[in-house]
Write a protein that binds this ligand. Structure first.
Ligand code: DNO
Length: 381
């Protein structure tokens, strides 16, 4: 399971009681772009080991915006990134997750969508997102990206919303901004978006390729496998290009710097929202480059809305995915680190404030279901 460090309301003891043998974490207190020193990495590692588990995967070693835009201080930032990789390797950490999403990480419009059983899930509602874009953020020219029917529906929705609902939507949409505890004003966000004014998908791809050509050889030499996380949701938003959304994107990344170290975080929740992605086909074609697995389910509708469904429910055929992953593990002889990605807020979770998606009980339910599925399939193969 993922652990956010000492300030995470879900403790290492909770995680261990869930049956985990390892945690996925990051040095969230170190500002993005600074080197992760051996001392800091070792300190975190020993806290986890004292709790009876191992630190096997970094999620994430964040990529500074200047590296994505290849501007400002990017030359030094690349050196820092390489040094962090070497330091992680010196501490025997072998898998590093990262993403290349401009400005934002994930995006939802409602982190407390109530399910029929009273549990809560993360949801993306397209019209609410358009309301955020047009009327709360007031992004210049945003209306050009939506259909007339969507614009009309968004205007009607905005008129019907109370001030409290508007504030809730605004805050929800910004939860996926790195450092989201800070107060992000529309002016700050619009300024960040503006840094991509001259960067289209093609340019961002070139920047990613340049980044890979620099860091992958260092990772490979140090014995680290890099795992790029797909875009969530997997399409452009707020006028920003997104280039890790489809299988074609994965093919571009793999071909940009061919190396076993240049791999993927296979996130079923993110990839499944793009209807063109064939999740089992991706494992067939890229199984050997999958270094880390996020298992999460989604339920989407024809209007572009989706919510996070229970791990064995939803549009992802988790049985088929798990079977393919087990086959890859048997063929390669490598046990892939796998975690339940997100979970509903259930039972006592409903009275606690955790990182959105990272409740204790909801994730444990997902983990238990996934482990049962894995054991059942592998015993029968
Ligand atoms: C959300 C996560 C992402 C992921 C990063 C990886 O819950 O899946 O924030 O950690 O995109 O860099």
């Amino acid at each position: 399971m993922r652990w956010f460090g000492d300030q995470d309301p879900v403790s290492l003891r909770d995680i261990r009681q869930g049956g985990c043998t390892a945690v996925v974490t990051a040095l969230h207190h170190i500002p993005v772009g600074e080197v992760w020193s051996v001392a800091e990495i070792c300190a975190r590692k020993s806290v986890i080991e004292k709790a009876g588990m191992a630190w096997t995967v970094v999620e994430s070693l964040p990529v500074h915006e200047d590296l994505k835009t290849r501007s400002g201080n990017y030359v030094q930032l690349i050196e820092n990134y390489k040094q962090s990789l070497r330091n992680l390797a010196a501490c025997h950490i072998r898998v590093v997750t990262y993403n290349f999403m401009p400005v934002l990480d994930w995006m939802r419009t409602d982190p407390e969508f109530t399910l029929p059983d009273g549990g809560k899930a993360l949801r993306f509602e397209r019209i609410a997102f358009i309301v955020f874009d047009l009327f709360l953020l007031k992004r210049p020219d945003a209306e050009k990206e939506y259909t007339q029917a969507e614009l009309t529906a968004a205007a009607a929705r905005f008129r019907s919303m109370s001030d409290a609902e508007k504030t809730y939507l605004y805050n929800s949409a910004l939860l996926g901004l790195p450092g989201a505890d800070e107060a992000f004003t529309p002016a700050i966000i619009l300024a960040a978006l503006k840094t991509y004014a001259a960067i289209d998908a093609e340019q961002l791809r070139c920047n990613l390729r340049a980044f890979l050509l620099e860091i992958i050889p260092v990772a490979a030499a140090a014995g680290i496998k890099m795992a790029i996380h797909p875009d969530d949701p997997p399409y452009p938003i707020l006028g920003l290009p997104r280039i890790v959304s489809t299988e074609a994107d994965l093919a571009f990344i793999a071909a940009s710097c061919p190396s076993p170290a240049n791999g993927f975080c296979y996130c079923t929740g993110s990839l499944s929202v793009q209807p063109e992605n064939n999740l089992c086909g991706i494992i067939d074609r890229y199984g050997e480059l999958i270094h880390f697995v996020h298992l999460r389910n989604t339920r989407k509708d024809k209007d572009g809305n989706f919510h996070e469904a229970a791990h064995l429910d939803g549009d992802v055929d988790m049985y088929a995915v798990m079977k393919k992953l087990i086959t890859v593990m048997q063929e390669t002889g490598i046990s892939l680190p796998l975690r339940p990605d997100h979970g509903h807020q259930l039972l006592d979770d409903l009275h606690k404030k955790t990182y959105p998606g990272y409740s204790a009980i909801g994730r444990l339910k997902g983990l238990a279901e996934l482990r049962g599925l894995e054991l059942g399939i592998s015993r029968s193969m």
